[in-house]
Design a protein around this ligand. Sequence first.
Ligand SMILES: C[S@@+](CC[C@H](N)C(=O)[O-])C[C@H]1O[C@@H](n2cnc3c(N)ncnc32)[C@H](O)[C@@H]1O
Length: 262
Amino acid sequence: MATKDFGAIETDYAFFMSHATEAKSDVEEYARQLNGFADGRSLIHLLDFGCGTGEFSRQLLETLAWPKGALFLTLFEPVDHQQELAARRLSRFSEHAIASLGEASFDKQPVFDVIISNHVLYYAESLSQTIDQLLERLHTEGKMLLAMAGHENALIKLWKVGFDLLEQPLPFYVAEDVAALLVNHDVRVNTSPSHYQLRFPDTEENRWKILRFLFGDYLRQIPRDALLKEFDQYVQEDHIEINTYSEHFTVELNPQTQSSAQ
Ligand SMILES: C[S@@+](CC[C@H](N)C(=O)[O-])C[C@H]1O[C@@H](n2cnc3c(N)ncnc32)[C@H](O)[C@@H]1O
């Protein structure tokens, strides 16, 4: 599948983040899934896969308030300067050096108690391979938490309109692809919707910011007016207001298989 360079659309993504309640809803849902997780654990290894600038995990770790001595953080982010910023931003939540996924030598592959990948797997080169690799690194009593929007999400519908105009299939994965792949693994999966609102002053430049965040490089090829007018259905006085939802997946390895394999 296609890759997407978030370095090039950094300010557009920041605009989306600051005008949407998505992160707040995602934090609430993860916190609900991780309620009590730290109880009785002296060590928690957490991987944030596709951490961006770490702003999302900052909000999550603030909410979780896990003991700094227990928490070991590992980050993975393809945009180097964003990973560096994330490491600085998250350092106050752990007494230990923040690791990068790429640093571990092959025979010292870390295993994680918690893996978070928040709105990242759309952009995997191979979703199947990425899910396999993440599950290989999940501790037998760990949890993997994934957020992804699916076909019913308003922004995914915008993707569909745009790529239909280009007469090509979606080059990115969606929640339904994650669900279809997880059934092939020996895991327990709990899914729950996370509702959020995107609201911003209705100007052409603001509509364009959301489109740049969504389409990246593809935007140059898509007829501008056709896509801009897709926002008309969401006009509320002088604002655009979109109420929609994403899917959360909480994935745990199947304990029966784990014990019979030992
Ligand atoms: C929508 S942002 C989400 C960032 C962060 N998780 C958050 O919730 O704010 C998607 C992130 O995935 C990263 N990304 C893109 N392709 C990736 C890949 N193949 N593997 C891991 N991360 C990727 C991007 O660089 C970007 O930081």
